[in-house]
Design a protein around this ligand. Structure first.
Ligand code: DON
Length: 345
């Protein structure tokens, strides 16, 4: 600590000294982080690869040029570039938080025993994946997890409540706590997906028939569709990711949302299956637990360091946002965010 800072610590109250410390950092973490975010944003803002999802008609109408990047540290510092206010539907990223809610309320065994925590090796809405696990009940499926549709619809069915409204209020409430604000359903997306989700209804019916869903499967599919239609911007998603990075304490609001000892289970499933068939490739290059959604968002978590999110609707063949994957990988690798690498100092 230099002499001026030591003097500040002696003479001034702690808060003022802290402000001075931050302001005096010449090329400290703060400046680096904003610069790294800016570099990735500028590098990818003109990239035109990929295509919006269109199997949910409302998603095809979203502006493909939308591009927002947000990084939030576990200390609550926020770094952003591009459009961080336009909302897209959260889609499959919601699967993380509903799974987390079940883990929080019912323990880490609950998801493992009912649904399983292994990769399916199949697409997110594969019915073959359901057929291949139908014989196993009560000990977790051999190749199933809560981040693909059969497991996710089952996880939604596990959220307890006296009726559909009570369950929904808990689901949206948990998402709100992670985001640090009140989120709303994008009604056009909800209607569009409800009109076209026959495949998910088939998956819900099968998961009920095979004993994974034990309550009304129609309700589970409807609530799952609603949770996928929650509107979020890049900053909301980064706050949600940062809350996981901070082991369950929202670093922006300070609210404890989840028990710290339960968060690693959530991150493990994200690492296993967060980017669907491309999860292994993603982990190989970044080491980051992450989750994508067909609305164009991706969240990624560097435990103890930061959460990061990018919104950009055009997707690759696996259903993952192209600009989001590239920007997050660049930013995290520049900031040494890979949790599988030994810390260097
Ligand atoms: O179930 C569906 O088809 C959508 N609501 C969510 C899919 C999704 O985001 C998969 N993403 N990569």
């Amino acid at each position: 600590m230099n002499r001026m800072l030591r003097h500040a610590r002696l003479v001034w109250p702690a808060g003022l000294a802290a402000i001075l410390v931050v302001a005096c950092l010449p090329l400290g973490a703060q400046g680096d982080m904003q610069q790294v975010v800016n570099v990735a944003y500028n590098k990818y803002k003109t990239l035109k690869e990929g295509k919006n999802a269109d199997y949910i008609p409302a998603l095809a109408k979203v502006d493909p040029n939308l591009f927002g990047v947000a990084l939030i540290t576990t200390g609550g510092k926020v770094f952003t570039a591009g459009d961080i206010s336009t909302e897209v539907s959260i889609q499959s990223i919601s699967k993380v938080f509903t799974m987390a809610q079940v883990i929080q309320e019912q323990g880490v065994d609950s998801i493992e025993k009912r649904i399983g925590v292994d990769a399916t090796g199949a697409r997110f809405n594969s019915i073959i994946a359901v057929e291949s696990v139908k014989v196993v009940q009560g000990a977790g499926a051999p190749e199933m997890n809560a981040l693909v549709n059969p497991g996710a619809i089952s996880a939604t069915s596990m959220v307890t409540g006296a009726n559909a409204d009570a369950v929904w209020n808990k689901i949206i409430g948990f998402h709100n706590d992670f985001a640090g604000r009140q989120l709303k359903v994008l009604q056009d997306v909800y209607k569009s997906e409800s009109d076209t989700n026959q495949r998910n209804q088939a998956i819900g019916a099968l998961m009920y028939a095979y004993g994974y869903i034990k309550t009304d499967w129609h309700q589970a599919v409807d609530l799952y569709t609603r949770q996928c239609s929650i509107g979020v911007n890049a900053k909301d998603l980064a706050t949600m990711a940062a809350t996981l990075a901070a082991m369950g304490k929202n670093p922006v609001t300070g609210k404890k949302v989840m028990d710290a000892d339960k968060v690693p289970a959530v991150l493990a499933v994200m690492a296993t299956a967060g980017l669907y068939d491309d999860s292994g490739k993603w982990l190989y290059h970044t080491g980051l637990p992450a989750k994508s959604g067909v609305g164009g968002g991706i969240i990624a978590v560097s435990p103890g360091k930061f959460g990061i999110a990018v919104v950009s609707p055009p997707l690759d063949d696996a259903g993952n946002s192209i600009r989001a994957q590239r920007a997050i990988a660049d930013i995290s690798n520049s900031l040494k965010g890979n949790p599988l690498a030994a810390p260097t100092q």
